[in-house]
Write a protein that binds this ligand. Structure first.
Ligand code: IMP
Length: 446
């Protein structure tokens, strides 16, 4: 297979970086193709933890070309900070290996202000990361977006584009108590033109690079961002992000053809978590529901899962809602994302959760509209009913650590958990995460 897509199967934060690193080791190209700095993961380089939000983690391997594709949205200030950090760590041949598509759209401060404004005005806010993702994509759809290429134009040309793009936004700011956010096009054009000059050497037409790799059957890895249930078309609309983070969207955002030879690795966690608002059928009650501090974590099962899993946003630091593994969503992901194999991360964490609570639950079907179903229904908004999970329950838990390197070495209860997941998700589990480091991974020969 020349392309491997690493995609999230639930609501993000599944630990895509670990499997992405495994595949990037000998890849020619590693790409981010959708989303922006709403995503985030940490890569380890020479023993140092480097937080990355835009640049693919594959940059730490000396041979990879790392592309930020046309389907992404880029906050130049954040990107420049990442570039500076990676250069300080002397990542080899960095300047020749980072390629930024000139077609990617630019996140401006007014997009972040609009994100804030929309969220504040809504009765049911999405709980966005406030990074300006939605407003940037909606400007793109509305054809008033400003692209990375535009940052390389004359400053006066950029200023004209900003003026045109912000006519209605400025009215919205002025009319909604946010007059301080009204855009000064002169100042903004000046600042973003300077950003453009700093980024110029990395900005390129990525099509010939990708075409060449495809022609040579070189290995390409897509580091997916966000996940299935956050996809704009197939996720929990409107409680989702503003890009197509399913596999098809990831291909499109990277200028990759749909008929390419592709393998899809669906990334999941042994329990599930969600940050932001929206349906979560297997969610356990936690202190978040009570509006109290999550530090009193002994109280509710959702708190136990969160504390053992350290489930706080890498981008926003928000505490995440937590619950049990949901095979119905995985089963739907199999078709919509085209998942060939699954990676289940945090198998070690689930064992500890089970030991603490005395049980582990796995959702194997839903009761929904008077029927038992094994997939995620798409008319929840219409029926107003969140599916009720039916669980298989395992007693107790297990303790494993990163010294466990093969499936056969796993405790019987952990194997039972994997068997149940495979049976009801209808996807083989090839990878198992057993600890935080990239090497804490069991790879099954299937
Ligand atoms: P936005 O992408 O900032 O517009 O946020 C939309 C929804 O997606 C919110 O519920 C966010 O919390 C969620 N979200 C966006 N990116 C990520 C991610 O990388 N991991 C988990 N949730 C995310």
């Amino acid at each position: 297979m020349s392309i491997t897509a690493i995609v999230g199967c639930k609501w993000g934060d599944e630990g895509k970086g670990k499997v992405a690193a495994y595949y990037a080791k000998d890849a020619k190209i590693v790409m981010r193709t959708t989303g922006g700095n709403n995503a985030g993961h940490t890569v380890i380089y020479n023993g140092k933890a480097l937080p990355l939000h835009l640049i693919p983690g594959g940059i730490t391997y000396p041979q990879t070309i790392c592309i930020i594709g046309p389907g992404t949205v880029i906050d130049p200030a954040v990107l420049l900070e990442e570039i500076q950090m990676l250069k300080e760590y002397n990542i080899p041949n960095f300047d020749n290996r980072l390629k930024i598509s000139g077609r990617a759209h630019v996140i401006f401060p007014y997009h972040k202000d609009l994100d804030e404004l929309h969220e504040n005005l809504k009765k049911h806010p999405v709980g966005t990361t406030k990074r300006g993702i939605g407003p940037t994509y909606s400007d793109k759809d509305n054809r008033i977006g400003i692209r990375i290429y535009d940052l390389l134009l004359e400053e006066s040309q950029l200023r004209e584009k900003i003026e045109e793009a912000t006519i209605l936004h400025n009215q919205n700011f002025a009319n909604n108590g946010m007059a301080h956010c009204v855009v000064d096009p002169v100042q903004l054009a000046h600042q973003y033109h300077l950003y453009g000059e700093q980024l110029r050497q990395y900005v390129t037409d990525i099509n010939p690079i990708v075409a060449n790799a495809l022609d040579n059957d070189d290995k390409i890895v897509i580091e997916g961002a966000q996940a299935f249930r956050l996809d704009l078309d197939h996720g929990d609309y409107p409680m989702c992000t503003s890009s197509n983070c399913v596999t098809a969207g990831s291909l499109c955002g990277g200028a990759l053809p749909p008929n390419a030879s592709i393998e899809v690795i669906g990334i999941d966690k042994a329990y599930n978590s969600r940050v932001g608002n929206g349906p979560f059928p297997t969610k356990e009650k936690s202190s978040i529901d009570m509006g109290i501090s999550s530090s009193s974590y002994q109280q509710f099962p959702g708190d136990v899962i969160r504390e053992f899993g350290h489930e706080y946003g890498t981008t926003t630091k928000r505490p995440r809602n937590c619950g049990w593994f949901d095979c119905c969503i995985s089963n739907s992901a199999k078709h919509i994302l085209g998942v060939n194999y699954m990676c289940i991360n945090h198998l070690d964490t689930l064992g500890l959760i089970g030991k603490n609570l005395g049980y582990i639950k796995i959702c194997t079907s839903y009761n929904y509209q008077g029927r038992v179903i094994d997939y995620y229904p798409d008319d929840i908004t219409l029926t107003g009913e969140i599916p009720t999970p039916n669980y298989e329950i395992l007693s107790g838990g297990w303790v494993i650590d990163s010294s466990c390197k093969s499936y056969d070495e796993l405790p019987e209860l952990a194997k039972k958990f994997i068997e149940i997941v495979e049976k009801h998700s209808h996807i083989p589990v090839k990878f198992l995460g057993t600890g935080p480091a990239n090497d804490d991974l069991i790879i099954r020969d299937i």
